[in-house]
Design a protein around this ligand. Structure first.
Ligand code: ZN
Length: 202
């Protein structure tokens, strides 16, 4: 699975001048909702991710996604793994399980995002699940923005990574785009204006 090619084919790997949620600027941006727009492509990608997770031998009972960004990837990954799919939602700076979803004590949960940047939302989801007595046994995302260490990659975790290093993280590839502070941004220096690519979650 060449995940970068799938993003390109789906017009989900954007070139331009982007203002990220962190306040920094970038020339490239992954619009992960777009890569899941075609259900056939979503199935193909999530099957590849499920194969990687299954090869690890880790037993997963349920996939839990932080809403909204992770919901589609989480649902499709759960289908590939043949397990239950639930999601948590934002509340007071954290996340909580609503809508009648439940987890059992000792249940093995995988937290799934569309993309992991620093892993902040994934860790909030993990905290909500652990507080209910279930076990968070893995993290997964389609793409890793290169701040956290995924299984099978030589790229080490950076200081910004919030994911627990004790829990394995599965993703299909690393996407390490250069980012610039607004002061150092070469595109700003040419007079271009950075645009928000349409997500608060990057
Ligand atoms: Zn800029």
């Amino acid at each position: 699975m060449n995940i970068e090619q799938e993003y390109i084919n789906a017009n989900a790997l954007l070139d331009g001048h982007f203002l990220l949620a962190s306040g920094n600027h970038s020339k490239r941006y992954l619009q992960s909702a777009k890569v899941l727009e075609d259900p056939k492509r979503a199935e193909l990608i999530c099957n590849a991710l499920a194969n990687t997770i299954e090869a690890s031998g880790i037993k997963i009972d349920t996939v839990c996604a932080p809403a909204l960004g992770g919901v589609l990837a989480g649902y499709e990954l759960a289908r590939s793994l043949g397990v239950r799919s639930i999601f948590v939602e934002k509340k007071d700076g954290g996340m909580e399980l609503r809508r009648g979803f439940e987890v059992q004590k000792g249940e093995n949960i995988l937290i799934c995002e569309d993309i992991i940047t620093t892993g902040g939302s994934a860790m909030k989801a993990a905290k909500a699940i652990e507080e209910l007595g279930a076990n968070v046994v893995a993290f997964a995302s389609l793409a890793n923005r290169g701040f956290c260490k995924r299984e099978g990659s030589t790229l080490e975790a950076k200081e910004e990574c919030k994911l627990s290093s004790k829990i394995p993280f599965f993703a299909l590839d690393d996407f390490t785009f250069e980012i610039f502070t607004p002061e150092e941004c070469p595109l700003c220096k040419k007079g271009s204006i950075a645009i928000k690519p349409g997500s608060s979650n990057s």
